[in-house]
Design a protein around this ligand. Structure first.
Ligand SMILES: [Zn+2]
Length: 591
């Protein structure tokens, strides 16, 4: 562990310690705790992943800036826990006061709060707290869709503010109104940055209030604002574009509007070794309307060698575009905002084993500035995660393929999948947007195109000397691993469905053959199988006929229990863990 980082971090964490939450009596929380046996049953199914720091990857000012950003991340992680469950922080603090419950504390970490997913896939409290509700803690306790829909029907004007992606919904009680206004009085910056909010709060009677995140979590957000500005001040000289992004993002968090920071993030040319995803972006945790975003922070360290290699091979993407199996004179931009990073630490909604981040989501920002792509190399090549993939691959294929897979294969296949989104058909032949023309099938085709362009590009990169034979074979093997399914996909699962289509196409073209409940790979047929399916996908996108696209999906998603079912069963039997606990050297944690 590097000393400067850990010392600076611990002092910042002490500064940032939580106050303000009403303390729950520990007895009630602990009285409802699972037995040690129950906790152990989940622990036995939990994979432990440790992410070490890359030594000497940061300059001295970057190490100091990283400590500030890690402190900001810890604080946003607390906000995330609070967004998920009203008693999450009280439960965590109760566990901290009872070191004998160390296993429960580990479970709390795996589950991001006091609600566990059981081995039967139920969600139940493992401490004495209220059960999880769809309202989480971003709508009033007990809120239902029926009640809110009825409110929107009676007050249509309130809908946009209440379903804003960066605000919580509260009951419009006099106490809640008073508390929100008191926050604006205490922090004039928040008042200034939310024109009209004070008047809306004052006028609210009965029904619901929309309270922006910066007001609902004011102390936390202002703490994070200070940390981002402190980090920026340390980087002004060596990485001015990153410093500008951090300052803008700090202001974004106070305003609950990320346009400025996102523009600086996506289009900035950072000259140092750090990058960071900061704020609330993804809506997966909102079980009521799917619109509320949840907080995260990822601190990333540039993988200089791989980023340089990527930049060099991206110089050739016009040649790859020109070689794609469709008629086009499209000119592509080789200035794609993609970089290869190692995760230092993930916080909040981002904690886990994500392999790539692609943001922002809002279409007006994506259209104006593009989206930044952050490939996470140390997750893609993490030995335990790779071992799980390899076990499934070995179970699914005949013995001769043992050893075909390598961590590098997954890394380069994923990397070129992301670049693949920038190549090929981007509008229908008659000029319509793909989303508009193909609707619910647009995503499936776009993801399949990116998968296939990656495999197609691997051959091109090999032929011009950028990939050696071993890397080409590893990317090809990972292309097969990727499409094999452990369960039959539902049609509403676009990724799994397009993977099954590839599996079936590869069987049809003789790239794969069934062999005693397993699969044999005929690599000599790889290029033809990939090119022909890619040509079909590009034609469906260019044609823009949703009916034809759905027919294609229907035709290529058959599932034969004696072929697919047999392979799926063998793969399922290799699963040893279901949950993951990630620890980070950057946070001073031990393996
Ligand atoms: Zn994709």
């Amino acid at each position: 562990m590097n000393k400067t980082l850990s010392v600076a971090l611990s002092s910042l964490l002490a500064m940032g310690s939580i106050g303000g939450m009403a303390a729950e009596p520990d007895e009630a929380i602990l009285a409802g705790a699972w037995s040690n046996e129950q906790v152990q049953a989940i622990a036995a199914k939990t994979l432990q992943v440790y992410l070490p720091l890359v030594p000497d990857a940061l300059t001295e000012p970057e190490r100091a800036a990283a400590a500030e950003l890690l402190a900001a991340g810890q604080r946003l992680h607390d906000v995330y826990l609070r967004q998920l469950h009203p008693q999450a922080l009280a439960a965590r603090d109760a566990l901290a006061r009872h070191p004998e419950l160390v296993n429960h504390a580990a479970l709390f970490r795996v589950m991001n709060g006091p609600i566990a997913t059981t081995l039967d896939n139920d969600r139940v409290p493992f401490l004495g707290v209220d059960p999880q509700t769809p309202a989480r803690n971003v709508y009033p306790p007990g809120a239902t869709r029926a009640a809110l829909d009825a409110h929107f029907a009676a007050h249509p004007d309130s809908r946009a503010a209440l379903l804003d992606s960066r605000s919580i919904v509260e009951a419009a009680t006099p106490d809640n109104v008073r508390a929100a206004i008191a926050t604006l009085d205490e922090h004039p910056a928040l008042d200034l940055l939310h024109p009209g909010l004070r008047a809306r709060l004052t006028a609210a009677v009965g029904g619901y209030l929309s309270v922006p995140y910066s007001v609902a979590y004011a102390d936390d957000i202002l703490f994070v604002y200070d940390r981002l500005n402190a980090a920026a001040a340390l980087l002004d000289e060596r990485d001015p574009a990153f410093a500008r992004y951090l300052r803008l993002r700090g202001r974004d968090l106070l305003a609950d509007d990320y346009d400025g920071g996102d523009a600086a993030w996506v289009t900035g040319r950072f000259s140092g070794n750090l990058n960071a995803q900061i704020g609330s972006y993804e809506t997966y945790d909102d079980a009521l309307y799917g619109v509320k975003t949840f907080f995260s922070l990822s601190l990333l360290q540039r993988d200089a060698a791989r980023s340089a290699e990527l930049a060099a091979s991206i110089g050739d993407i016009q040649a790859i575009e020109d070689a794609l199996p469709y008629a086009s004179d499209r000119r592509v931009n080789s200035d794609i905002p993609v970089g290869v990073y190692n995760v230092m630490a993930d916080f909040g909604q981002a904690r886990g084993t994500n392999t790539a981040s692609i943001l922002p989501n809002e279409s007006h920002l994506a259209q104006q500035f593009g989206r930044t792509i952050l490939i996470r190399a140390n997750i893609l090549t993490e030995p335990h995660l790779f071992a799980g993939s390899e076990r499934a691959f070995v179970a699914a294929t005949v013995d001769e393929h043992r050893g075909d897979l390598s961590p590098e294969g997954g890394l380069y296949r994923t990397l070129w999948h992301e670049v693949g989104h920038y190549l090929g058909v981007n509008r229908t032949r008659d000029g319509r947007e793909l989303d508009v023309a193909l609707q619910d099938t647009a995503d499936l085709l776009e993801e399949m195109k990116a998968d296939l362009v990656s495999l197609f590009a691997a051959r091109q990169l090999h032929d011009r000397g950028a990939f050696d034979d071993a890397r080409l074979r590893a990317v090809y093997a990972d292309g097969i691993r990727r499409v094999l399914q452990k369960t039959r996909p539902r049609r509403d699962q676009p990724y799994q469905t397009m993977q099954l289509i590839q599996w079936n196409w590869f069987l049809d073209r003789g790239l794969l053959t069934a062999d005693g409940g397993r699969l044999r790979i005929h690599y000599e047929r790889y290029d033809e199988a990939v090119s022909s399916l890619l040509a079909a996908v590009l034609e469906l996108q260019a044609g823009g006929d949703r009916g034809a696209a759905n027919q294609f999906v229907e035709r290529w998603t058959r599932w034969d229990e004696s072929v697919h079912g047999a392979v799926a069963r063998r793969m399922r039997e290799t699963e040893t863990t279901r949950f993951t606990l990630v620890r980070y050297e950057a946070l001073g944690e031990k393996p």
